[in-house]
Design a protein around this ligand. Sequence first.
Ligand code: NAP
Length: 288
Amino acid sequence: MLVELRNTTRKLCVIGDPVLHSKSPLIHNTMLAALGLDYVYLCQPVPAGETAAWLSAAKCAGYAGFNATMPHKEALVPLMDGLDPDARLYGAVNTVCLREGRALGCNTDGLGFLRALEDAGVRPEGRKVVLLGAGGAAKAVALKLAQQGAERVWVCNRTAEKAQALCAQDPAGRLAPADFAPETLRRLCREAGLLVNCTSLGMAGGGGQFEDLGFVDAMPPEAAVFDAIYHPAETALLSRARAGGHTALNGLGMLLYQAVFALEHFTGASIDAAAMARRVAPLLAAEA
Ligand code: NAP
C-alpha cells in the first residue's frame, strides 16, 4: 500500500524473527490512514537475543512504539519501565509504547480474543472450555478465559509439561492440564461450551492437520468453536464445526482487535473497534 510520509511522521513497527509475513503493517497503515493520523508502521526483523539492543535503537530513533512477535514477547518483560495488567498476567508483551525515554509494555492478545468472541455473542462466563495448545497464543487465551470466569479450561497439549506449566500460572485454579489423545478430547468436548484451537494444526504452509476431528462431533450443539488460525479462513476444524451447526469463528477478529487496541495505546486515540475491523477485514481476506 502507498503511505504518505512527512518530516513529522512518527514511526511504529512490528519486530520479530521471522516477521516479513506479518499482516500488522497492512492493518496498522490502513487504520492510520482511515484515522488521518501522521504515523507510519514498518516491518522490522530483529533476531533473537537482540531485543535489548532493538529497544535502545528504537528509543534513540524516536519511535512512538512497536509491536512484538516471536521470539521477543517474553524477553521484553524485564526490559520495560512499566507493564499493563495483561502483560503482567501473561508474562509477555506484544505492544511497547515509548514516551519520554520510558517503555510501557502492554499485551492486547487476550482482549482481542475476548472482543472477537463477544462480537459473535459468545461469552465465556460459566462455560467449560476445551483449549487445544499451550504455546504463546494459548497462554493469553487461557489466562483471559480464567480471568473472565470460565468455569473450567482444559488445556490439552501434545507436550504435557507445557500444559502443566501454563495451568500452574492461573491464580484462580480454573485451568486444568489434559493430554491430546483423541479419546481425551472427545470425552472433554462432551461437556464443553467452547472449543478453542491455539495449535498450529490447520494453518496454511505446513502447520500439519488434525488426524481425527471426531471430538468436534462430541460437543453439545450450542457449543461454539474458535480457531486462532486466520489463514486459511476456514480450517478443516471450522468446516466440521459449521457442518455440525456450531457457531464457528476464525482468528481474524482476534488479529484485528489486538491491533486496534495496540493502536489506541500507541496514539492515545479512541477507536471505534468494530467499524475499524469491518474496514480492514476485506483487505486481509483479499491478501489471504
Ligand atoms: P507456539 O507458541 O509455537 O505454540 C504452538 C502450539 O501448537 C503448541 O501448543 C504445540 O504443541 C502445538 N502443536 C504444533 N504442532 C502440533 C502437532 N503436530 N500436534 C499437536 N500440537 C501441535 O505458537 P503460537 O504463537 O501460540 O500460535 C499458535 C497458533 O495460533 C498459530 O496457528 C498462530 O497462527 C495462531 N495465532 C493467532 C493469533 C491471532 O491473532 N489470530 C495470534 C497468535 C497466534 P507442543 O507444545 O507440543 O509443541
